[in-house]
Design a protein around this ligand. Structure first.
Ligand code: SF4
Length: 249
């Protein structure tokens, strides 16, 4: 079952597969990843922002298939620490990321129109930047994918409290799997330490959710985990458009 953006509705086979995978997820994240790889091979792609959850999933997935498909959306505005971690991962696991860059022409036009820091001007400008630098490259990354894997967890924010293990992503016409959906924060960090998985050093400096450098800050203890993303915005959903279109099947 390959993604078909021209027909975003799930087929009966997609629905059956989602039901099967949700049942497998009861046996844990690795069981779900194993079932995805077994059925869909490298038509399953892990979306990695190099955050803590993605590091857990990368370690698990590369243990199942050392050549697994893991992609990174390089917006051009990432932290140096994130690039450092990419390099460390490539060395430690002898792996390669599929790196997606935004359209040079679209970035050039946007920056000419609205300047390099347009995201601070308005929510609309921020969405425009995320659209050019993240959403469109994600669409390219998922072209032909049967399923994609994310590090979404219910504990990350109220908006994510209903995250299922497996759902249908109608925006991309593909299965979307969230193997860590029920993991609390401690479980993520216990896993990283137990398996000595490299992680972004920004986490040690109070960054919980790591995105682009100009749009991410550290948070204080007890602050909402998503408070460090687009912190200047009030009363808006703290999402970049990558995870807003999925529907639960
Ligand atoms: S997070 Fe900020 S810099 Fe990154 S794509 Fe979105 S608005 Fe642009």
């Amino acid at each position: 079952m390959k993604a078909d953006p021209t027909n975003a509705d799930p087929t009966n086979a997609d629905r059956a597969e989602i039901e099967r995978l949700n049942a497998v997820a009861a046996d844990g994240a690795e069981a779900l990843l194993g079932a995805l790889v077994e059925r869909h091979g490298r038509a399953v792609k892990l979306a990695s922002s190099l955050g803590a959850e993605d590091q857990v999933l990368s370690h698990m997935l590369l243990g199942i298939d050392p050549r697994a498909s893991i992609f990174v959306l390089d917006t051009g505005r990432l932290h140096q620490e994130t690039y450092d971690l990419m390099a460390r991962m490539m060395s430690r696991y002898r792996m390669h990321y599929e790196v997606l860059f935004p359209s040079a022409g679209a970035v050039q036009e946007m920056v000419r129109d609205a300047g390099p820091n347009l995201f601070y001007a308005s929510v609309e400008d921020r969405h425009r930047c995320c659209g050019v630098r993240k959403v469109e490259p994600l669409r390219r990354a998922l072209g032909g994918a049967a399923a994609w894997i994310t590090g979404l967890r219910r504990a990350q924010s109220p908006d994510r409290s209903g995250t299922p293990f497996v759902e249908w992503d109608d925006g991309h016409g593909a299965i979307k799997a969230n193997p860590l959906a029920d993991w609390p924060d401690d479980q993520v960090w216990d896993y990283l330490r137990a398996h000595r998985v490299p992680y972004n050093v920004l986490h040690d400096r109070g960054f919980v959710s790591i995105g682009c450098a100009p749009c991410t800050r550290a948070i204080a203890p007890g602050e909402d985990p998503r408070a460090g993303r687009w912190w200047w915005e009030q009363d808006t959903a703290k999402e970049c458009g990558l995870h807003v279109s999925a529907n639960v099947v």
